[in-house]
Design a binder for this molecule. Structure first.
Ligand code: DSN
Length: 436
């Protein structure tokens, strides 16, 4: 049996031949292990994913689809892509799957170009209310190609008033209605969106990138069960796979979507990524992942409760999923950028975030966004969420006291040392330690 690309010898070569990159890799392993990752879109992938991303599948060009490729030598790539597509269809109860999109932006662009014509109107959620750049934010290229109209959530409850969405739909007659978000902590009314779309003859598209793993694990509702036409998810967030994107849809859109991904938008798919997606989907269908998905949400609710009890103001007042948005100006009198830096100093990584109708600019917004997928992947539970919530609040209240922040960093480090990062040090050794 051969095993030549992903052995300790490969790391030895890296160390010998590029010590600068090797050193940065070692430092990043330490950073990820010693601090706590609360950026809700990040996670620690399944350890199997590292093996496949560092495998010989990286070397293969596979333009086309299984059974009809443009290059030879596809007997193994066909196996993995067929497995990935079949597993995706089964896990998300979809008739069609495409696992080739290189990432979230590519998957969404492929959907727009595959199912719409330039100039068509799309109804999507406003960015500051939780929507995503790729849902037609004015700075995105897609906003120049398609006519995006935006709906908002209600402030301060965060509810999406479907009567207002319907009024916008009746006024603008969109060809597609998108529901999905990158910073919205509540569950969506998929049946309600579908009813409006049917009334105006629009396609329904759910971008579940943030919650794909929670849907796969059965902890949140699946838009495909409500008759949605198309759904997209990135594969590296709550799903714990490699970086990448995936499209699921009704069978009738399959041909157009396949053509839109390749050759419309992309050339050769990244087959090491596709292989890792295949394995991710197998693991995500198993019982431990169902528990993981439930635990992510339980942890988020506990963390939200801890912050609320300490006087923090949460956008929408809480969470139904894995994430929360804190208004740091109202809660601690500091903007999200300062809060992000202060918490970094305390060993807690999260990101600054606009709040609905934020009066402040994106680089100095009024809040922060945080979530629990990565902490839960380390095995942390409700006790750790309470401890981390308390460290956060103490750090934000003593944001000018560097000595206090250093002490809080030690507290964070002590918690993290009890929960190794999967695949990096859960055997007591670093993933790369053979060469260190
Ligand atoms: N960057 C991702 C997020 O943080 O939500 C989405 O693209």
């Amino acid at each position: 049996m051969t095993n030549f690309t992903y052995s300790a010898a490969a790391l030895d070569r890296l160390k010998a031949n590029d010590s600068d990159v090797f050193k940065a890799l070692m430092q990043e392993e330490v950073r990820q292990s010693e601090g706590i990752e609360l950026i809700p879109s990040e996670n620690y992938c399944f350890p199997e994913v590292y093996a496949l991303l560092g495998s010989v599948f990286n070397n293969k060009y596979s333009e086309g689809y299984p059974g009809r490729r443009y290059y030879g030598g596809q007997e193994n790539t066909d196996i993995i892509e067929n497995l990935a597509r079949d597993r995706a269809k089964s896990l998300f109860r979809a008739e069609y799957a495409n696992v080739q999109p290189l990432g979230g932006s590519a998957m969404n662009q492929a959907i727009y170009f595959g199912l719409l014509q330039p100039g068509d109107t799309i109804l999507a959620m406003d960015l500051s209310h939780g929507g995503h750049l790729t849902h037609g934010a004015p700075v995105s290229h897609m906003s120049k190609v398609f006519n995006f109209v935006r709906y908002k959530s209600e402030v301060p409850t965060g509810n999406i008033d479907l009567a207002k969405v319907r009024a916008l739909a009746l006024e603008h007659k969109p060809k597609m209605i998108i529901c999905g978000f990158s910073s919205y902590p509540r569950e969506l009314d998929y049946a309600g969106f579908k009813k409006i779309a049917d009334e105006v003859g629009a396609l329904t598209f759910a971008d579940v990138s943030h919650i794909g793993g929670l849907i796969a694990g059965g902890a949140l509702a699946n838009p495909m069960d409500f008759g949605f036409d198309v759904m997209s998810t990135t594969t590296h967030k709550s799903l714990r796979g490699p970086r990448g994107g995936m499209i699921l849809a009704k069978k009738q859109y399959g041909q157009a979507l396949d053509k839109s991904v390749f050759p419309g938008l992309q050339g050769g798919p990244h087959m090491h990524q596709v292989a890792a997606v295949a394995t991710t989907l197998k693991l995500a269908a198993e019982e431990p992942f169902k528990k993981y998905a439930r635990d992510v949400i339980a942890n988020a609710k506990t963390l939200a409760q801890t912050l609320l009890q300490q006087g923090a103001e949460l956008v929408t007042g809480g969470t139904d999923n894995h994430m929360m948005v804190v208004n740091t100006i109202n809660s601690f009198n500091i903007n999200g950028t300062v809060a992000e830096h202060v918490l970094d100093a305390a060993g807690i990584t999260l990101n600054k975030q606009m709040v609905p109708d934020d009066p402040n600019p994106p680089l100095k917004p009024s809040g922060i966004r945080l979530g629990t997928p990565a902490a839960t992947a380390r095995g942390m539970g409700e006790n750790e969420m309470k401890l981390l919530g308390n460290i956060m609040v103490r750090a934000l209240r003593s944001h000018e006291d560097t000595v206090a922040l250093e002490k809080l960093r030690d507290e964070t480090r002590a918690i993290c040392s009890r929960f190794p990062v999967p695949g990096v040090s859960n055997d007591g050794k670093s993933h790369s330690s053979a060469a260190a």
